[in-house]
Design a protein around this ligand. Structure first.
Ligand code: NAP
Length: 273
């Protein structure tokens, strides 16, 4: 007696017990493939705020910085459209972006992103606190505009992480504009995360950009990557979500959650270990 089953990932009809597939139907793996969507309860719009917050909760009882990185990318790997990430976003991405900010102690970002995206202070308080998380900017040059919204439109002072080699006059201007300017001996991930640790800012949300992310990958400092895959092909010259010096070892990550909304995938990967 023969029986057939349907492979959930592609719908191909598979003959049992031979396992032979109707090869005209598709090419796929027989084992190890799980259907993440559609499944009941995975549609983002069906998930309430508290369940979503629990899904993205940081590990409890952190005794040092835990680095969560958040990016949105097109399907073909573009990190921006016309130099900014806004063209990739969707309502679902914005919802998770806002939630991640409410769960964090500090938003860590590279100066290139601050300049490109005209950053301002976070609006909503961190859960359980009365103030929003500060924006901590990594900048070797201290080349930031003291009249930009980063300084003028914020409830808490931005933390400016820089170096002695940055022009003193520029550092002074940022401090006069309300920036909490910190001159570090080293501006690599060890120096930056050491400073956040010293301040007790353990739940770190890095919003990019690709240069800072590349440094974090090279230093094996990424604990989690939240990646929104926008249903777009962009082409062109846009970079990808990390860049840096060649020779960085690869880092294995494990899927922690996958949500979808309107053809957008919201993926969360944690370091494997
Ligand atoms: N799709 C997304 O989710 C997303 C997210 C973020 C950014 N983006 C896009 O990414 C682009 C910006 O890319 P980017 O690579 O320039 O961004 P970036 O990583 O934010 O900025 C790089 C800059 O950060 C500073 N920096 C970072 N690490 C440093 C280190 N270890 N030592 C000294 N300085 C350091 C330097 O600033 P100084 O030059 O001041 O020294 C460097 O030029 C924009 O188009 C933006 O829209 C997209």
């Amino acid at each position: 007696m023969t029986a057939t089953v349907t492979n959930v990932s592609c719908g191909a009809v598979i003959d049992q017990p031979t396992g032979r597939r109707d090869s005209s139907a598709c090419r796929c793996w027989d084992g190890g493939v799980q259907r993440l969507w559609p499944t009941p309860g995975s549609e983002l719009s069906e998930i309430d705020d508290s369940t979503l917050a629990a899904t993205y909760a940081y590990p409890a009882d952190l005794d040092g910085p835990y680095v969560r990185v958040n990016f949105v990318s097109s399907l073909d790997g573009a990190v921006s459209v016309d130099g900014r990430s806004g063209g990739l976003g969707s309502e679902a991405d914005k919802r998770v972006f806002g939630l991640l900010r409410r769960l964090t102690d500090v938003i860590l970002v590279g100066a290139g992103t601050v300049r490109a995206e005209n950053y301002r202070g976070a609006r909503r308080p961190t859960e359980g606190r009365s103030t929003p998380p500060p924006i901590a900017v990594v900048t070797g040059s201290a080349n930031l505009d003291p009249e930009s919204p980063l300084f003028t439109d914020t409830a808490v002072p931005p933390i400016i992480l820089t170096l002695e080699s940055a022009p003193a006059q520029q550092r002074d201007r940022l401090a006069a504009a309300g920036g909490d300017v910190v001159v570090l001996e080293r501006l690599d991930p060890r120096g930056v995360l050491g400073e956040l640790d010293r301040r007790g800012l353990h739940r770190v949300l890095c919003e990019g950009g690709p240069g800072l992310h590349g440094d974090l990958v090279a230093a094996d400092a990424v604990d989690e990557l939240c990646l929104t895959l926008a249903p777009l092909l962009v082409g062109g010259e846009a970079g990808r979500i990390a860049h840096g010096a060649p020779g960085t070892p690869t880092r294995a990550m494990s899927l922690a959650s996958a949500l979808h909304a309107d053809d957008t995938l919201l993926l969360r990967y944690r370091r494997t270990r």
